[in-house]
Write a protein that binds this ligand. Structure first.
Ligand SMILES: Nc1ncnc2c1ncn2[C@@H]1O[C@H](COP(=O)(O)OP(=O)(O)O)[C@@H](O)[C@H]1O
Ligand SMILES: O=C(O)C1=C[C@@H](OP(=O)(O)O)[C@@H](O)[C@H](O)C1
Ligand SMILES: [Mg+2]
Length: 172
């Protein structure tokens, strides 16, 4: 069965959109970060603090591979960094995967992330000026990996429902 995978930068809406898409399609939804948190019994923030990012990336890769091995159809929201480590981007091209990059501008990402930083260890301690610059550089570095997705959906200026409808149109 097909796996619908949503990817893109922190704050582009992977978790929110995957959840809503699941409601509309009745295909079960999983969030990779949430799955890792449940398995490790630690929050993403605690995992970074206690074990460091390298350990988190190892768990993230293992969790991604495990979820892809499942037989049933799922909607999977990745973490923002998932495609950028451990050759995870190669898995986006599997024939049983529909990978979708939710593409957002630096402005949109900044607007959302400046209000939602605390649970995201990579940006939690940045002030607004630092955050804006960090997103711009980091998004540029990561774009190569995000662009490996089979499909792209632009999310700027769209409501959650509008983005979900764009994805449904792609899947039709
Ligand atoms: N149009 C929109 N589409 C998606 N998310 C939106 C939108 N408008 C506001 N948001 C908010 O932006 C944040 C997106 O965060 P999240 O879904 O956790 O993204 P990600 O999983 O990609 O980091 C949420 O707080 C969500 O409520
Ligand atoms: O971009 C990243 O490297 C990360 C994104 C986060 O997921 P979201 O994109 O859902 O915030 C989470 O996996 C972790 O904080 C690292
Ligand atoms: Mg998320």
């Amino acid at each position: 069965m097909k796996k619908i995978i949503l990817l893109g930068y922190m704050g582009c809406g992977k978790s929110t959109i995957a959840n809503k898409l699941s409601e509309k399609t009745t295909i079960p939804f999983l969030d990779l970060d949430q799955y890792i948190e449940e398995k490790a019994n630690l929050s993403i923030k605690e995992l970074f603090e206690k074990h460091g990012e390298v350990y988190f990336r190892k768990l993230e890769h293992e969790a991604f591979v495990t979820l892809l091995e499942q037989e049933q159809a799922i909607i999977l929201g990745l973490g923002g960094g998932t495609p950028c480590y451990a050759n995870n981007h190669e898995l986006l091209l599997r024939p049983d995967v529909i990978s979708i990059y939710l593409k957002a501008s630096v402005t949109t990402l900044f607007e959302r992330l400046s209000r939602n930083k605390s649970k995201r260890p990579l940006i939690a301690n940045l002030n607004d000026a630092e955050l804006q610059e960090f997103i711009a550089k980091h998004l540029f570095d990561r774009s190569y990996y995000y662009n490996q997705a089979k499909y792209k959906v632009a999310v700027d200026g769209k409501t959650i429902d509008e983005t979900v409808d764009d994805i449904l149109a792609l899947l039709a």
